[in-house]
Design a protein around this ligand. Structure first.
Ligand code: CAA
Length: 254
């Protein structure tokens, strides 16, 4: 049985972590399947936006599979798929639809998504410190870049969890919705993004992600490069034409 359900609905890819009995812990098998789904999403021209979510009532993901941990060096041990987006240059957007536990590698995975929507029952944390470890899939680096530093330090160094409203108040997620509205909200947002010019969306994401690591000067240079690329697309011409003709644009990702 697949431990990631990978579905395609029109232009939207839905990746559902599917080990509910283990709170969707990120086993080697699940990580491999998720990576394969992400690469398929990147390479399928029909797909424009992805949603990552968790199966079952209790968790988005409780993190790396602790039962698979082996002491000693990391070599030969499975990597979580948290660097796929950057390393494999997936500039199509990802939405994380989060409910229940979103811990450790689960939170690190959610932080590699571009937009995080939380159900009101969500709980977030980096509990690695409780088990003699530290976040090893980007958490020590992304969390302090995403939320105020004092909150990042508290979450990372205590291992305690925060609830959905706190996550919202510190900017870890962009909205909190009732549990039964989670997937409808994520789908609606994905559909909205699908009405926008896809190459513009991807250029925008690439500039944003790569820009985090650049000086303002370098970031503005990157932005100018992306603007030049975008201006050369058919969709750029179509967007302006549709505006003038007062009709919805018909984008083709060209
Ligand atoms: N790995 C493997 N199995 C896990 C798991 C994990 N991260 N989290 C939960 N499970 C399993 C449990 O072992 C249990 O399985 P069994 O029924 O076979 O015993 C099942 O999921 C249900 O979990 P609990 O019975 O523990 O449920 P609970 O409601 O009592 O507690 C919880 C829920 C607080 C989330 C607790 O399960 C927990 O603390 N889990 C571990 C969270 C954690 O430490 N995550 C970080 C992992 S390390 C990491 O992610 C490293 C990194 O940065 C890459």
């Amino acid at each position: 049985m697949a431990v990631v359900n990978y579905e395609k609905e029109g232009r939207i890819a839905i990746m559902t972590l599917n080990r509910p009995e283990a709170l969707n812990a990120l086993s080697a098998e699940l990580s491999a399947e998720l990576r394969a789904a992400m690469i398929d999403f990147r390479d399928d021209p029909e797909l424009w936006v992805a949603i990552v979510t968790g199966a079952g009532d209790r968790a988005f993901s409780a993190g790396a599979d602790i039962k698979g941990f082996r002491p000693g060096p990391r070599e030969g041990q499975p990597e979580l798929p948290t660097e796929v987006v950057r390393a494999d240059k997936i500039w199509k957007p990802f939405i994380a639809a989060i409910h229940g536990y979103c811990l450790g590698g689960g939170l690190e995975l959610a932080m590699t998504c571009d937009i995080r929507i939380a159900a009101d029952d969500s709980q977030f944390g980096q509990p690695e410190i409780n088990i003699g470890f530290l976040p090893g899939a980007g958490g020590t680096q992304r969390l302090p870049r995403f939320v105020p530093r004092a909150w990042a330090a508290e979450i990372l160094l205590t291992g305690d969890r925060i609830d959905a409203q706190t996550a919202l108040s510190i900017g870890l997620v962009s909205r909190v919705v009732p549990r039964d509205q989670l997937m409808p909200t994520a789908m609606e947002m994905a559909k909205t993004i699908c009405t926008r010019a896809p190459l513009g969306v991807r250029a925008c994401k690439e500039a944003m992600i790569r820009g985090y690591e650049l000086s303002l000067e370098e970031g503005l240079t990157l932005e100018r490069e992306k603007v030049a690329e975008c201006r050369a697309t058919e969709d750029f011409a179509e967007g302006a034409r549709a505006f003038v003709e007062k009709r919805p644009p018909n984008y083709k990702a060209k």
